[in-house]
Design a protein around this ligand. Structure first.
Ligand SMILES: [Zn+2]
Length: 288
């Protein structure tokens, strides 16, 4: 059948209008239904999060826990982790090109759960992998301004002592994106980035995964094992159990050793000092 061009334009216009109305009718109830369901879940579980129905990176590993108020809300002891976990780290981007100024490991009275990288205040800080921003917070006596990102590969990374945060909570980020500017905020004695890698809340030495000298990962797949990745837990326990003695006037190392049932050799090892070290008044000496 022949249809005049005027008629065919009218027909197309009619069809487009009908399709548009149908699309509108289809789309609207879906959005409303999703919101209603989310609200019902929120009421049922008394959940205050805004996006209960939304997927977050590595939800299966993190048992759908997504909260912006604690670094480690998971409380999974290392003993409960699988013996071996393989993590795809090939899409890695170096957060800052700086050299390491302090390694992961025991500090004098506490444990240092990250790698410190030198930078200048205002330098760009890049996110290590694809993921989503889970925490943006400030700790005056700790991290200063900091960001925690959950990655699709199951790791979480921490960026601390920042001068400026350039992302917002729950923002999706691509590996290499600039998420902040470096700084010297919080407990920090000079501009640097404190960078952590964590799995289910448990810190893993970033240098196990990344060769910071060349700015690349050691291997595309990081094999995380209890024995190799969490060896440091014993050191953490020893630090927690450590006892200290405050030096009084006239004290000598041998007196302190004798009074506390230990040896000068032990005191030197625990405090990383020489036996002829001159003691300062009020100095804290670790005795075991
Ligand atoms: Zn640090």
């Amino acid at each position: 059948m022949f249809i005049s061009s005027k008629k065919s334009i009218s027909l197309i216009f009619f069809l487009v209008t009908v399709c548009h109305i149908n699309a509108d009718n289809k789309a609207k109830p879906n959005i409303v239904a999703k919101r209603d369901t989310a609200n019902i879940y929120k009421e049922m579980f008394n959940d205050s999060s805004d996006d209960l129905m939304e997927n977050h990176p590595a939800d299966d590993i993190y048992n759908n826990i997504w909260t912006c108020d604690r670094l480690n809300p998971y409380k999974i002891p290392v003993d409960s982790l699988p013996d071996t976990v393989r993590i795809d780290v090939k899409n890695f981007h170096l957060p800052v090109p700086g050299i390491i100024t302090s390694d992961f490991g025991p500090r004098k009275y506490r444990y240092h759960y990250g790698t410190d990288l030198r930078l200048a205040v205002g330098d760009s800080v890049h996110v290590a992998f694809d993921g989503k921003v889970r925490i943006i917070d400030y700790e005056a006596r700790g991290y200063g301004h900091y960001i925690v990102v959950r990655h699709n590969n199951g790791l979480e990374t921490v960026y601390a002592h920042l001068s400026k945060v350039l992302v917002y909570l729950n923002q999706d980020v691509k590996g290499g994106d600039v998420i902040a500017l470096g700084g010297n905020t919080g407990r920090s004695t000079g501009p640097h980035l404190h960078f952590e890698t964590r799995y289910l809340g448990n810190a893993v030495n970033p240098a196990n995964i990344i060769n910071f000298n060349v700015g690349r990962v050691h291997n595309d797949m990081y094999e995380m094992t209890k024995r190799k990745s969490f060896y440091y837990q014993r050191e953490v326990q020893a630090l927690k159990a450590a006892k200290y003695y405050r030096v009084r006037k006239g004290d000598t190392l041998s007196q302190i050793a004798m009074r506390n049932g230990t040896s000068v050799k032990n005191l030197c090892r625990l405090n990383n000092i020489k036996s002829n070290k001159k003691l300062q008044l009020d100095q804290k000496i670790r005795i075991w």
